[in-house]
Design a protein around this ligand. Structure first.
Ligand code: HSE
Length: 441
């Protein structure tokens, strides 16, 4: 390819990330040209609403509302899908890949729900589907796992993959604010997704965990087959108790592989994590991913997990890979994840069932502040063979009390049964809440 070649990029979607890509290609145009040997030029921008005012003014001849103008245009070298959603985006990604095109995306929901099909289309047609910006914003975790850590088998990958919920938990912890108060601020700062459940119920982070699990282990996991719990039930009392016991509460994605049993556990839930873990110190809108490989040991990557520039950084990194593909490099066979060299073992890889998880737990029980209640609670737990590690009690102004316990090694079945028997006690005033205590060892 000639050094003077211009690489033509068509953007589907021109929201926060699309404008970030435009802006940062402009800002670093000459540096990118030196590094890539070609000129990156956005030639077409497709938007839903042509009339909307945007921070970046696109020349009218480049703007359209017709995705076909990008997808079916033989002059466009790279299709950049930043429209989001899983309907139109699926249709046009399919159509572009079927034509053997290179598609760059930040669309984690689309990959999570339809990645298997889309990677297969790309493989069959000679197209490429690049997705660095779909997980952990500006952290190049996809490239790290795919290339930097290629020598490794991954026993454990865990971390914080949702910036909005991390921001909320950080402010609750630092300022003693309630979930609702902090959520209000997160909304006004524009952090929370339009569909708030994606951030608050853990779905967004679960999508990202599923993508990492595929990348590291070659197995597509369905969202409804994993533990996926968000942050809505966390209170200031939980955070304070965790802190007093040496923990922070973080919304953790955990991808845990047992090579001997050939099982994979993928889960997303709030967890107590020791303050001594690097990931526990990842606060505000930052993301952090800890990768443990059999060759490298443990490496931790931390960076902005969301936001215009951080996400644009990852999109542009994929655009650079797309340039390498257009220049004939074949090292980027991203459809066939080379990490899954042991294909037979990947095919037989079983997903650990949701209720097979074992570990220590934290349990909060709201009770009438009466004599004998604590011993009733501990008797019920003993019936489930749950042994207690710590007990804290807080008296509330309304004459009720919170009993906050941590357990020794237990399991999902025992904790679920214990919560259900506790709920049926007259002295227990609301459904008990539990969180897992995460131990990476
Ligand atoms: N809602 C996401 C987050 C945006 O807060 O992390 C980045 O994927």
């Amino acid at each position: 390819m000639s050094e003077n070649r211009t690489i033509r990029i068509g953007l589907l979607g021109f929201g926060v990330v699309g404008q970030g890509v435009w802006k940062n290609i402009e800002v670093n145009r000459s540096t990118l040209k030196k590094r890539l040997g070609v000129d990156l030029t956005i030639t077409d921008v497709v938007v839903k609403n042509l009339e909307r005012e945007r921070a970046i003014q696109v020349p009218p001849e480049m703007l359209s509302s017709d995705p076909a103008r990008v997808v079916d245009n033989s002059e466009v070298d790279i299709v950049c899908e930043l429209m989001g959603g899983t309907t139109e985006a699926l249709h046009f990604t399919r159509r572009a890949l079927e034509q053997g095109k290179i598609v760059v995306t930040a669309n984690k929901a689309l990959i999570c729900e339809h990645g298997e099909e889309l990677f297969n289309i790309a493989q069959a047609s000679g197209g490429h589907y690049l997705y660095e910006a779909s997980v952990a914003g500006g952290i190049p975790i996809i490239k790290m796992i795919r290339e930097g850590f290629i020598a490794n088998r991954f026993r454990l990958i865990f971390g914080i993959l949702n910036g909005t919920s991390n921001y909320i938990l950080t402010r609750m912890e630092r300022e003693g604010l309630s979930f609702e108060e902090t959520l209000g601020d997160a909304r006004s700062l524009g952090y929370v997704e339009a569909d708030e459940a994606l951030d608050l119920d853990g779905i967004d982070a679960a999508h990202k965990a599923i993508i990492l699990a595929y990348l590291a282990h070659g197995k597509w996991v369905k969202l409804d087959s994993i533990i996926c719990e968000g942050i809505r039930s966390i209170t200031g009392d939980d955070i304070t108790t965790a802190g007093a016991l040496g923990y922070k509460i973080k919304l953790l994605a955990v991808i845990d592989r047992d090579f001997e049993a050939n099982e994979l556990s993928v889960r997303l839930h709030p967890a107590f994590i020791s303050k001594s873990e690097v990931i526990a110190g990842v606060d505000e809108v930052y993301n952090g991913v800890s990768v443990s490989g059999d060759v490298v040991g443990t490496a931790v990557l931390i960076g902005k997990g969301a936001g215009q520039d951080a996400t644009a950084s990852s999109v542009i990194s994929d655009l650079a890979d797309a340039v390498a593909i257009l220049q004939g490099a074949n090292k980027l066979n991203t459809q066939e994840q080379k990490n899954c060299a042991d294909q037979k073992r990947t095919e037989c890889l079983e997903l650990t069932s949701i209720d097979a998880h074992s570990g220590c737990y934290y349990l909060r029980v709201h009770v009438k502040d009466e004599e004998g209640v604590l011993s009733k609670v501990s008797d019920l737990l003993a019936k489930q063979h749950i042994s207690l590690a710590t007990v804290n009690q807080k008296q509330l102004k309304d004459g009720t009390a919170l009993i906050m316990l941590t357990t020794r090694l237990s399991n999902e079945r025992a904790i679920t049964s214990a919560k259900s028997s506790l709920s049926s006690q007259g002295a227990v005033l609301s459904e008990p809440v539990s969180f897992r205590i995460f131990d990476p060892s």
